[in-house]
Design a protein around this ligand. Sequence first.
Ligand SMILES: *Cc1c(COP(=O)(O)O)cnc(C)c1O
Length: 425
Amino acid sequence: MTHHTSSANGCTTPVTIKRYRPATEIVHIDTTSDTAPSQGPGSFAKDPYHAASVPIYQTATFKQPGANGSGEYDYSRSGNPTRSHVESHLAKIMHAQRAFVVSSGMTALDAILRLVKAGEHIIAGDDLYGGTNRLLTYVATHGDVQVTHVDTTQPLAVMESLDPVKTRLVLLETPTNPLIKIADIPTIANLVHRTCPGAFVVVDNTMMSPYLQKPLDMGADIVYHSGTKYLSGHHDLMAGVIGTKTTALAEKVYHVINATGCGLSPFDSWLLLRGVKTLAVRMEKQQANAQRIASFLLEKGFTVHYPGNPAHPQYQLHMSMARGPGAVLSFETGDVTLSERIVEATKLWGISVSFGCVNSLISMPCRMSHASIPAHVRQQRALPEDLIRLCVGIEDPDDLLDDLANALRVAGALPPVINKATSKQ
Ligand SMILES: *Cc1c(COP(=O)(O)O)cnc(C)c1O
């Protein structure tokens, strides 16, 4: 156990946090003491009854002690105790000075993008989540904001696009989805901060979750997650999470959330907190399963995109930033209709967009999650139309392998097995 003082991060008030190992931090939710990072004056709710599960404060308003207000909470758009609990907990596991929960991952990005003014410039990757691409396009066409897409696997490409005056935000995803390309967070953050002191480095950390990767420790200013994915883990809610490195940035983000009213509802906050407690065990199991699936596909000769594969061109870089490769991988078959037959022949793998659920999912990104990116842009960005994405769950890996192998055979991607019972006769 170490003591962490985050005053070095430029925070106004140093916070001393008792640190356990990550799996312990994730499940340990303290409702009785002040060890969690400050969520602002009075916003860390203490439960007087020491409930093992944080209560759902299903209320829009809070009565005030007097005519001048001054209660800890007054209106749930501005703050709610259940939301404060999950925010404190997430701040702790993200190593954020402060965290916020909002109604979806896209809302998290929307709140962050509101820090950019008309006439300013955003740099983002060229292999992005489809919804991120759509929102950036909206901002570019409606908000007079210039958006440049670059290959973020090349820090120099980012460097060359930086405008010391206009660039306000550099948005990274690593690993990218679905091509699993890796961006060097520390190097890019360093370059951006040196060249553009007014720019923020923002990382979408949805693919890794805070259990596997902590961008704020590597120089990022803001990190966000779709809480719909690994943080909640069961595909039973939509949520977004934002973590900031400094209280100054936290105040800006909070202002947007309060002004627009996108804070997460009390019930969904409770559900998110319930889900996040099992993040470490889910991630360990999902990752172990994914590693077996990736090895199987590699052995069968497919082109596999997975950062846990030592032949991945950026394996070392990924492993220097993250505790593991995660549980999302993609592979190419060389033929779009073959890919369609494979996806449709699986029985255990659910055909679904999204990932991070306890159940295993299969999809064709170009037809599903990334269909909102125009075909010519997908082509420019070398997104293979035949790509199959696998989001591995917590099932018995032998069942997952059997089902996938069977689908590959039915589709004609693998030769049929000789039925042993028949060949004996
Ligand atoms: C799902 C996802 C989002 C958007 O989150 P929602 O909760 O669906 O709004 C953003 N980034 C990545 C990488 C995602 O996978």
